[in-house]
Design a protein around this ligand. Structure first.
Ligand code: KG4
Ligand code: ZN
Length: 346
């Protein structure tokens, strides 16, 4: 295995198999996305949520294909690649294992340096693929199916986690509520679409921990409130009320996300907020954060939809900077499914 990245080369292969998307991307200089291949797994739809064992099996089937497709799309060969970055920290254990095993095998076979990175740090980095101008310090709200975190990003790659969810992640709540409403999986995009169609007053649901005075979140209460509400409805009532329920649920979730992000930005005197993670694709969250932050002359950044949900580009981009900082993993690289985002990394 090579000891460091070849300074003449600047293209990194990024691999992510942390959940239910098999991802491989090629990114030049941490910014220019040459290929971003994502194979999403339909197999979970019938279970209404990600089944880890099935996810791992699908990753095994697809991982070589997505890497080959990435090289083909970018019209590159292994000789053009400087190094390999892979999500080794945070995610489903058996799913992570596939990506890490693939990255280690490629590193060995192609004599390329390897670096394991944290999935959430990848989501944070996704904003920099398109917006390298983002100022420090800033507040980052990162919301997905697996995590909900409010982070003070003091400088590049230096994080202070201000708060996180005490139970369900925001995306998990979207997915479970979508299941109660019979909308399929993943639920976030379906609820987003349905809420937009609502012409009735939205059903009122609570926003737990809105006034808790800290940066913690809780979404299981909203989810349960929707469940109780739905259980009381006859099937035809449920059908007609679906958009108003979706709208009400989404408002309750977004209210607390936006409110805490704004509180953090004001408390730390920062003028920039970034959104990332799968739920950052949500149109109402984006609009509400822009509106509320705009009232305080704050700027909001979020990635294009294809970089909100899991992708290899954010991992390759982050990996490039990790290599430049001298980070490197060897073939003993192991998965750390529960690894917390380091309070401060350099
Ligand atoms: O970041 P991601 O792809 O995977 C994890 O790291 O968890 O996020 C997936 C989550 C799912 O819960 C999905 O329902 C949610 O992101 N999501 C959305 C939207 N698009 C995806 N949630 C709300 N609105 C959306 N438009
Ligand atoms: Zn993710």
């Amino acid at each position: 295995m090579a000891s460091t990245i070849d300074k003449e080369k600047d293209i990194i292969l990024g691999i992510d198999t942390s959940c239910d998307d098999t991802c491989a991307a090629l990114v030049q200089k941490g910014r220019t996305v040459l290929a971003n291949i994502i194979s999403s797994q339909d197999i979970h739809k019938k279970w209404g949520g990600v089944v880890p064992e099935l996810a791992a099996r699908k990753h095994l089937e697809k991982i070589s294909i997505v890497v080959t497709l990435a090289l083909r799309e970018a019209k590159l060969t292994w000789n053009d690649i400087a190094g390999i970055a892979v999500t080794s920290r945070y995610g489903l254990a058996c799913a992570l294992l596939v990506g890490v095993a693939m990255a280690k095998a490629l590193s060995f076979a192609q004599h390329l340096p390897l670096v394991g990175v944290h999935h959430v740090e990848g989501h944070l980095y996704s904003n920099f693929l398109e917006h390298p101008e983002i100022a420090f310090p800033h507040i980052s709200l990162t919301v997905s199916g697996g995590h909900t975190l409010l982070i003070l990003v003091q400088e590049a790659f230096a994080y202070e986690v201000l708060g996180q969810t005490v139970d369900d992640a925001a995306g998990e709540a979207y997915d479970k509520v979508a299941r109660y409403l019979g909308l399929g999986f993943p639920g976030g995009p379906a609820i987003d679409r349905l809420a937009k169609q609502n012409t009735e007053p939205p059903v009122a649901f609570p926003s737990p921990m809105l006034d808790s005075g800290d940066y913690k979140f809780s979404f299981s209460g909203i989810k349960t409130a929707v469940r109780y509400y739905v259980d009381r409805l006859a099937p035809d009532q449920l059908k007609t009320q679906l958009p108003a329920i979706a709208d009400g649920f989404q408002r309750a979730v977004v209210r607390v996300l936006v409110s805490k992000a704004m509180q953090a930005a004001e408390a730390y005197g920062v003028k920039t907020i970034t959104l990332s993670g799968g739920v950052a694709a949500n149109s109402y969250l984006r609009a509400e954060l822009i509106r509320t932050a705009g009232e305080k002359s704050m700027q909001v950044y979020y990635p294009s939809i294809c970089y909100c949900t899991d992708n290899g580009a954010m991992i390759a981009g982050l990996g490039y900077h990790k290599f430049l900082q001298g980070c490197q993993s060897d073939l003993s690289l192991d998965i750390e499914p529960d690894a917390f985002l380091p309070i401060t990394t350099h």
